[in-house]
Design a protein around this ligand. Structure first.
Ligand code: MG
Length: 209
């Protein structure tokens, strides 16, 4: 069924670790500790990637970038985000807006949120007003050494509904055999392949990125 809007939810957490750079939302932050991870540990871009992939039911970050693959060691997480953007575009969607919550004691997010929003909006090719980033302290959660990110993303169809109907109306009337053929292809594709034709591994959802 044609859906004009879809929603996706992403979550990620990483432990703080001394001696590595801190990168959140693609922004390099001056701080004594960074985040441990196979990639650059950018939990905001990881949660955002998962929200976008989830919105088009395209798996998750671990599906596309297994932490077992040495290729993604210290990777810039904007690469993961770019893949998710390609996936949603090929599925026929674009972002309406994103809303993010970062949960950590330090660094304080509020003083750097404006710059972070600009960076994320830039990476997504979105207007600043479509990107929200909020900071919370983890009161009572006893997770001082951990950073957590939650992201929700709303998408809308690139094709307008009336264009979709028009295309359907103009198409030749298909036979039952045509419909069966298309249906079996769509089902097989949905199970095994992403919109870009990337092979999926639906049972591996490990994310140490
Ligand atoms: Mg991660």
């Amino acid at each position: 069924m044609f859906m004009s809007m879809r929603i996706g939810l992403g979550f990620d957490s990483h432990a703080f670790k001394p001696g590595v750079p801190l990168v959140i939302g693609g922004l390099r932050i001056d701080h004594p500790e960074g985040l441990a991870g196979h990639s650059d540990g950018d939990l905001l871009l990881h949660a955002l990637t998962d929200a976008l992939l989830g919105a088009v039911s395209a798996g998750d970050i671990g599906t596309f970038f297994p932490p077992t693959d040495p290729k993604w060691k210290d990777a810039d997480s904007s690469v993961f985000l770019k893949t998710a953007l390609e996936e949603i575009a090929l599925a026929g969607y674009k972002i309406v807006n994103i809303d993010c919550v970062l949960v950590m004691h330090r660094p304080k997010i509020v003083p750097i949120a404006a710059e972070m929003r600009e960076r994320v909006a830039d990476l997504l090719g979105l207007d600043l007003k479509c990107v929200s980033i909020k900071g919370k302290t983890p009161e009572g959660l006893q997770q001082d050494g951990t950073a957590v990110a939650h992201v929700v993303a709303l998408l809308e169809a690139i094709k307008l509904p009336h264009e979709h109907k028009k295309l359907t109306a103009e198409a030749d009337v298909p036979t039952d055999a045509d419909i069966d053929g298309v249906f079996s292809t769509v089902v097989a594709d949905a199970h095994n392949m992403s919109a870009l034709g990337r092979k999926r591994n639906p049972f591996s959802t490990d994310d140490l990125t």
